[in-house]
Design a protein around this ligand. Structure first.
Ligand code: IPE
Ligand code: IPE
Ligand code: MG
Length: 246
């Protein structure tokens, strides 16, 4: 058991990132939004390797939300195509660098081609252990909770058997500890249906940096903020107990 009141370890085990701001980054440059998404893939690859170098064990990134289907169809199909390009351009490098890739999200709605690319990415990195990259694609925190409940019901779990641990075992990220650090780039201060269940006690860091510009300086700034936080998980800090003498 870990002490419930702890200074966070200097490095978070699990970092989650809402990679936001690609469109605005491109707009600032009078470029189409797609250009921002393309640069966003490069920022992701940089960040995965930088996290691995710093000892982060799990990195979970929000790439496409359950709600992003509301975007113009050209942008949605551009993003789907970009995934295929990104897999063919970067998978070998990530695999060679020890990255294990998993995709979390509803695969039912995506094309066969995309499903195959995801499967290939997962299969070809299955034995890697340096860092676990989870790409949340067609993912929503609410979707995750509902699909977990459905799986539990389908498995015949009785209501009195269901507790947090049991439900968590059916969630998309059941293989990972809860995220310690939750970063959102792009200046918006909201969760946008990312890890609703898992981020219950994550430390939140919001930065105005637009995702394509995210690099080691921004990552280190977020890690430094994290290292200064005091995590309590609902308990009383030990120094407060010491001063009150109880
Ligand atoms: C995030 O960047 C990437 C996706 C949601 C796919 P945006 O596309 O949301 O960029 P902004 O927020 O419009 O700048
Ligand atoms: C969140 O960003 C989703 C991803 C980064 C994939 P959005 O740009 O979709 O979020 P909202 O619409 O600003 O809340
Ligand atoms: Mg956005």
């Amino acid at each position: 058991m870990i002490d419930p009141i702890e200074r966070p370890a200097a490095v978070p085990r699990h970092v989650a990132i809402v990679m936001d701001g690609n469109g605005r980054w491109a707009k600032k440059r009078y470029m189409p939004r797609f250009f921002g998404h393309k640069q966003g893939v490069d920022a992701l690859v940089r960040t995965v390797l930088a996290c691995a170098d710093r000892g982060v064990e799990y990195l979970t990134v929000f790439a496409f939300s359950s709600e992003n289907w509301k975007r113009p169809s050209e942008e949605v199909s551009g993003l789907m195509g970009l995934v295929l390009v990104a897999v063919s351009k970067y998978l070998a490098k990530l695999a060679g660098d020890g990255v294990r890739v998993r995709i979390v999200g509803d695969r039912a709605q995506v094309s066969d081609k995309l499903r195959e690319a995801w499967q290939h990415a997962e299969d070809s990195t299955r034995h890697n252990t340096r860092i676990n990259l989870s790409v949340a694609f067609n993912y929503g925190g609410r979707w995750d909770i509902v699909q977990a409940c459905r799986q539990a019901m389908a498995a015949g779990i009785r209501p009195e058997e269901l507790d947090e641990e049991r439900l968590n075992s059916y969630m998309a990220l059941s293989y990972a500890p809860d995220p310690d650090l939750f970063i959102r780039t792009g200046g918006e201060v909201r969760i946008s249906n990312f890890l609703l269940w898992q981020a219950a006690y994550s430390e939140l860091v919001f930065t105005d940096c637009l995702w394509p510009e995210f690099g080691t300086a921004e990552l280190d700034a977020a890690l430094a903020q994290y290292a200064r936080r005091e995590r309590r998980f609902g308990a009383v800090p030990s120094r407060a107990l010491a001063t009150s003498g109880s």
